[in-house]
Write a protein that binds this ligand. Structure first.
Ligand SMILES: C[S@@+](CC[C@H](N)C(=O)[O-])C[C@H]1O[C@@H](n2cnc3c(N)ncnc32)[C@H](O)[C@@H]1O
Length: 217
């Protein structure tokens, strides 16, 4: 099944989906933002929005926040979600670490999704990698106990770094490799080829994909 199979709605929710952040670093009131008390999940680096659209379409009783710092991709994601009339998604033009640190309250998230984070292979760029101790400390602060952090990468050098940085945190335990962790409710046929654009592309190319999941203690 492909995304065009998801019907476009008469209702447009682009303006609701686009989350404009104020200049000053004020933490969000997520209950007020979504207008309900449903659990909130965050996707970091939504790209063109395939995952967040499918997840929000399939699970209307969950709220999805997404951040993306490439404006062009963000606009594509907002359009994909907005023209399907979804009201349970908010997407912001933001850098992930500062968004976590400045915008999210303690224990406010039920899950975090990080699919194909940029590997920054050059040594002098390693400090830009998302999986670094100060960011993991923010993951721990914003996740509720029991909340899951899921990450997927194809990158053979970055995968062990992700494992090491997460493994060094006393706040997370490895949730294991059980495939049921990856059965995303209601997403059925859409996920056969992969949950994101990058996963579909890389699987077609035959690259090995590594999936990780950790649980907030
Ligand atoms: C390799 S792409 C993967 C996109 C999508 N998750 C997928 O799997 O198809 C990585 C995306 O994350 C975004 N990104 C990388 N680092 C980011 C950060 N620190 N804050 C926000 N977005 C980020 C990039 O702009 C890019 O769109």
């Amino acid at each position: 099944m492909t995304l065009p199979d998801l019907p476009v709605s008469d209702e447009r929710t682009h303006e609701l989906v686009r989350l404009e952040l104020p200049e000053e670093p004020v933490r969000l009131d997520l209950r007020e933002l979504f207008g309900n008390e449903n659990p909130v999940e965050l996707e970091i680096g939504v790209g063109k929005g395939r995952f967040v659209l499918l997840a929000a379409w399939s699970r209307r009783d969950v709220n999805f926040l997404g951040v993306e710092y490439a404006r062009k991709y963000l606009e594509r994601a907002i359009d994909r979600v907005g023209k399907r009339g979804l009201a349970n998604v908010r997407l912001a033009h933001a850098e992930a670490f500062s968004f976590l640190r400045d915008r999210l309250p303690d224990r406010s998230l039920a899950a975090i999704h990080v699919y194909f984070p940029d590997p920054w292979p050059k040594k002098r760029h390693h400090k830009r990698r998302l999986f670094r101790p100060e960011v993991v400390a923010e993951f721990a602060r914003v996740l509720r106990p029991g909340g899951l952090l899921r990450a997927v990468t194809d990158h053979p050098d970055y995968a062990p770094v992700i494992r090491e940085v997460m493994g060094a945190s006393p706040d997370f335990e490895d949730a294991g490799r059980d495939p049921s962790l990856w059965e995303l409710p209601g997403m059925g046929d859409y996920t056969t080829l992969g949950v994101t654009n990058f996963e579909i592309k890389y699987r077609r190319e035959g690259r090995p994909i590594q999936r990780f999941a950790w649980r907030r203690r």
